[in-house]
Ligand binder design. Structure first.
Ligand SMILES: [Zn+2]
Length: 72
């Protein structure tokens, strides 16, 4: 169990092992689900914003680029 505070970006598990570097970031492999992720902080839009974007796309006929302008 790592204590560096990183959690798997896929399943949220804190149980991971370091597995090299990727793009100058520490690369880790989740021991719970086996996926790889880096230690870059989670950034960008909260999930709700993404869901809204998908909703706009599917219901409003807006293009993703137009949605990107609206939502930033
Ligand atoms: Zn995982």
């Amino acid at each position: 169990m790592s204590v560096d505070g990183l959690c798997c970006k896929r399943c949220g598990s804190l149980d991971h092992v370091k597995s090299g570097l990727a793009w100058h970031h520490q690369r880790c492999r989740c021991r719970a689900c086996g996926c790889h992720f880096t230690d870059t902080p989670m950034r960008g839009k909260p999930p709700a914003t993404k869901a809204l974007a998908v909703l706009l796309y599917s219901m409003g006929g807006m293009s993703f680029s137009a949605i990107g302008r609206v939502l930033g």
